[in-house]
Design a protein. Structure first.
Length: 195
């Protein structure tokens, strides 16, 4: 059975619309663990052994977070700095080799602002290159990211709470289907062949 690990990185998940819904929709899936870094480590004191053990048990690793300043939230960066150590995450004995990494992120701005000549000058794919390279460096298989735009609510802004909640449910649905498809493929791959 395929095991999925979601690393949830949000500085205030209780006040989140999108990421909270996404995590709540994924958490009940069979063989899925959601590790809420903000809840586990409010002081940023990462339990390296516990996090490495969770990674070892996973086949699919999902980074779930809101896009912060064109990067990951601070807690996820600290987690990577502390957990992705030589001899565990990289080097000749990388224990992450062959695991899949999926970036699942919510972005406040509209899609058309993430383009050459757009407000943010770069596509989200270009801005996610450091995570793609981190996956490459550790021997993980970088999966096509799941990205949702227009995911920020501000009173009087363009997006209503209901709009964001609907997009969050759609994002979670896509993520659930992807996990279920990968799990079905994983089961078929591991099934003994008839002779």
């Amino acid at each position: 059975m395929m095991k999925t690990l979601m690393i949830l990185a949000h500085s205030n998940i209780q006040n989140s619309l999108a990421n909270k819904i996404i995590a709540e929709q994924i958490s009940p899936l069979a063989d899925t663990e959601v590790r809420n870094l903000g809840q586990l480590y409010p002081d940023f004191q990462i339990d390296i052994a516990a996090e490495q053990q969770a990674l070892l048990q996973a086949d699919l690793i999902i980074f779930q977070y809101p896009f912060h300043w064109y990067s990951v939230p601070g807690i996820l960066k600290e987690w990577m700095d502390r957990v992705f150590l030589f001899g565990f995450a990289y080097g000749p004995d990388s224990q992450l080799r062959g695991k899949e990494l999926l970036v699942s992120t919510t972005i406040g701005g509209p899609l058309n602002s993430y383009a050459a000549g757009g407000h943010n000058h770069f596509t989200t794919q270009e801005l996610l290159r450091p995570l793609e390279q981190s996956a490459n460096f550790t021997g993980m298989i970088f999966q096509p990211p799941l990205i949702s735009h227009d995911m920020v609510y501000k009173a009087g802004g363009d997006n209503s709470r209901e709009d964001i909640m609907q997009r969050a449910h759609e994002h979670a649905g896509q993520l659930r289907r992807l996990i279920q498809q990968k799990s079905a493929t994983f089961i078929q791959k591991d099934a003994p062949s008839a002779a």
